[in-house]
Ligand binder design. Structure first.
Ligand code: E4P
Length: 215
């Protein structure tokens, strides 16, 4: 399973890239706003750090606006993927961009039917949101399971990005279910690394080594 980092913070992206575990980056307008920086400038900086798919989201709500934003964004770098909300105008934009060979990530997906529509329109990726469904007492992971089942039933080539991931358990669950990618905040990448038995084991190995190192 590939991991993308879900942030617009370039320091976090740099740190995660050094670990060698991230294959791409996803951003959204909220993550960009959190950094308080110019959108194009941040996206350009990210492309200089990570050589993989980098999702940049459009903010227009008509097909025309989305397509014209997309055309500008892809000029930044070949790795730019256009993130498009799953609304009817978004589907039209996904179709047009697919015809132009521009990659898209259909975002704000909360149902299997939305994922089917995005794939049929030609989306490169779909992003079903786990945490936001959990927030309203729905089982977000069930959505990942259902989208995986349907995409595998019909051999869709659209890749599934488990998004809105809030907990390391979500990542392991999404991997077991067959999601191609999980996009996760930096904090969770670090949590994935941690195990108390690893820390205890290392502590005792180093302590034991002290007794023999000079022999
Ligand atoms: C990524 O594509 C999404 O924008 C992101 O995972 C949303 O996460 P959130 O629901 O924690 O804001």
């Amino acid at each position: 399973m590939q991991l993308f980092i879900d942030t617009a913070n370039v320091e976090e992206i740099r740190e995660a890239a050094q670990l060698g575990v991230i294959a791409g980056v996803t951003t959204n307008p909220t993550l960009i706003a959190r950094e308080g920086r110019n959108f194009r400038e941040v996206i350009t900086e990210i492309t200089e750090i990570v050589d993989g798919p980098i999702s940049a989201e459009v903010v227009g709500t008509t097909k025309e606006d989305m397509v014209s934003e997309a055309k500008e964004l892809v000029k930044i770098d070949n790795n730019i993927v256009i993130k498009i909300p799953l609304i009817p105008e978004g589907l039209k934009a996904i179709k047009e961009l697919a015809q132009m060979g521009i990659k898209t990530n259909a975002t704000l997906i909360f149902s299997v039917n939305q994922a089917i529509l995005a794939a049929n329109a030609g989306a490169t990726y779909v992003s079903p949101f786990v945490g936001r469904l959990d927030d309203i007492s729905h089982d977000g992971m069930e959505l990942i399971a259902d989208v995986c089942q349907v995409f595998y039933n019909y051999n869709y080539t659209t890749q599934i990005i488990a998004a809105s991931i809030r907990d390391p358990i979500h990542i392991a669950q999404a991997a077991k279910l067959g999601a191609h990618i999980a996009t996760v905040p930096y904090k969770l990448i670090m949590q994935m690394c941690k195990h108390p038995l690893t820390d205890l084991g290392l502590e005792s190995f180093l302590k034991d080594w002290e007794q023999v190192k000079d022999k």
